[in-house]
Ligand binder design. Structure first.
Ligand SMILES: NC(=O)C1=CN([C@@H]2O[C@H](COP(=O)(O)OP(=O)(O)OC[C@H]3O[C@@H](n4cnc5c(N)ncnc54)[C@H](OP(=O)(O)O)[C@@H]3O)[C@@H](O)[C@H]2O)C=CC1
Ligand SMILES: CC(=O)N[C@@H](CCC(=O)OP(=O)(O)O)C(=O)O
Length: 326
């Protein structure tokens, strides 16, 4: 039995992970935490999310006493907090000997020079950063098992890398072009004008400057063009990716490349059949569909995930289970 503390539990990913961990026989929840001055401290989680009325747990403020109690009682801490908050909490809990599963981007780049540019802060913990492993569960299981500092990937990178990594040896120097649409929960629970009901309408954003572009490129080992879009639905991501493959590549080569997922229960691959967002919403699954034109050498692959599940909480749960060998 492993005991897990969840920090940022009132947010979309933290609440989702709470529900997932609560349903696991081999995991217990040490506590649910929000910031010290949170408007939600002291509230039952079910007051915020009535669909979780079966979870009788209350949100506690993350005071110094609470942090000491977590260190004394928990085996691991999940940080479902924004990047600049996770940056410090991850380093502190790691230094106390806990396994850390961070859902933010604060430990996803090994190169400290990336953080001021993409996250607006200097990385103050280069030592901890050297221990961090990118928690793309289907690809990095051995590393996730071996370290106590796991950086759970971003939602768009999870959808994109699951589709592209099998093709790595077939890529040319041409940049894969990733067009992705996310539901509004991808922006988190806090009120913001651009995610308010009357403002949301399908549109690109972060064009040629979204922080997930270098995250995808670093993990793929190849530059990409990445354009995210905000869609007027709650959950899910569809990434439609166009990529030119090496001259002479055959349909059979592509099919063989995707066989890498033959033993991966959460990834489904289909040829000439394309997935819908609703096929995976509220599931931990990723569905891929691809079609290849042998004449031009162009492949189109579509990837769908639930941004709060495979894009965040259920992938964090995969990492927890891998790490603790459950
Ligand atoms: N939404 C998504 O689809 C995805 C999100 N992520 C990443 O996961 C993280 C969480 O995202 P999301 O759930 O959407 O965010 P939310 O804004 O929905 O939730 C953030 C949570 O953090 C809490 N919090 C804020 N400051 C502190 C603090 N100092 N100490 C403790 N708790 C704090 C908030 O509560 P309060 O403010 O009341 O204290 C709230 O519970 C982010 O880093 C995000 O980038 C990653 C992949 C996908
Ligand atoms: C729709 C929306 O706003 N999505 C978020 C991505 C959420 C995510 O994956 O989070 P990380 O910040 O942890 O990488 C965005 O584009 O910033």
């Amino acid at each position: 039995m492993k005991n897990i503390a969840i920090i940022g539990a009132s947010g979309y990913t933290g609440a989702q992970l709470t529900a997932l961990i609560h349903a696991e026989a081999e995991l217990t929840i040490q506590g649910l935490y929000v910031s010290e001055n949170s408007l939600d401290k002291g509230k039952p989680l079910a007051d915020l999310y009535p669909s979780y009325s079966h979870i009788a747990l209350t949100l506690s403020p993350l005071s110094d006493d609470a942090k000491a109690k977590i260190v004394a009682e928990a085996d691991a801490v999940v940080l479902a907090t924004e990047h600049s908050v996770s940056l410090h909490l991850a380093a502190w809990f790691y230094s106390q000997g806990l396994a850390v599963f961070d859902l933010s981007g604060a430990y996803r780049f090994s190169d400290v020079a990336q953080y001021p540019k993409w996250y607006g802060f200097e990385h103050e913990y280069p030592e901890v950063l050297t221990k961090a492993v990118y928690g793309l569960a289907e690809w990095n299981a051995k590393e996730i098992a071996a370290t106590k500092m796991i950086a759970v990937p971003g939602c768009y990178p999870t959808a994109s890398l699951t589709a592209l990594k099998p093709l790595a040896s077939l890529l040319t120097s041409a940049y894969p072009v990733i067009n992705a649409v996310s539901g509004v929960t991808g922006a988190g629970r806090k009120a913001q004008l651009h995610t308010s009901f009357c403002e949301v309408s399908l549109t690109p954003y972060g064009v040629l400057g979204h922080r997930h572009q270098p995250e995808i490129a670093t993990q793929l080992g190849q530059e990409v063009i990445f354009t995210p879009h905000l869609g007027n639905f709650k959950r899910g991501i569809l990434a439609t990716i166009t990529v030119q493959l090496k001259p002479g590549t055959t349909t059979a080569d592509v099919a063989a490349a995707y066989c890498v997922y033959a033993q991966a229960p959460l990834v489904t691959v289909k040829h000439n059949q394309f997935p819908k967002v609703d096929d995976v919403v509220l599931t931990p699954n990723c569905h891929l569909g691809w079609k290849f034109d042998e004449n031009s050498g162009y492949l189109v692959v579509a990837s769908v995930i639930d941004n709060l599940m495979k894009g965040a909480a259920s992938q964090a749960l995969q990492c927890i289970k891998i790490h603790f060998n459950l």
